[in-house]
Design a protein. Sequence first.
Length: 270
Amino acid sequence: MSERKPTAFPILMKNDVCSLIQAADDVYQIRFSNRAANAYLVRGSARTILIDVGLSSNYPAMVECLNFVGCPPETIDMVVLSHEHLDHIGAAWHFNERRTYVAAHRLAANKIMLRDDFSMLRKMFNEPNVPINIDIWLEEGNLIDLGNFRLNVMYTPGHTSACITLFDQDKGLLFAADTLMPGGVMGGVFGSGSIADYIQSLERIKGLNARILLSGHGRLSDTPQEDVRIAIARSHGLLEDTAQLFDALDARSNFEPIMQSVRDLNKLDD
């Protein structure tokens, strides 16, 4: 691991709940002090977006940060949700009330619209049980054009089946949510996620000319190539550990009930 010290990005404002940090010109990280995910404000020349919004309880403090840079909630054109976990999306319903467009990958949108509490981890975060409406269902290859920012939508499953990463190739900005974090920290594999998918997504990210990593949790990083190298190594280690755990179990006896169900289904045609 590199011993190089992380770059100190300027802190513009701080309150009891969150800090406002400048990542680049017209790009701001809102980093919450509790378990909420980071929110990112990207102020384009044509339109302005938020990428993730944290927990509902953090909304008043986030509004304070938005007002500080002259972007109150009514000026936000779109909220983009990186995946379905409530620490990233909990405050999105506030923007539904303002008729700001809310966007997510179609798999996340389906879980959110059906109010799949298990997938969204509602019990973990104890968020209000209010509907969040998704107006735009995103896919791999979509482009979010803000004028002076052009964010490519990349489908990067692994943490869950519905994760997306946004990448501005010209500016080297990588909004990776929980797929990649500073120091190569992994966001974990939940429910619909997969370690193998995680590795494939990280390999895709490795091929990008990213210069600043804007992740779902923690600090900003100007060493994304180092971060992704470490994350890939850790993911392979996790895959090996999982294989050893599976081997330690009596796989045949565990799969026997499943195979019996298959045999029973085949008898339906007899």
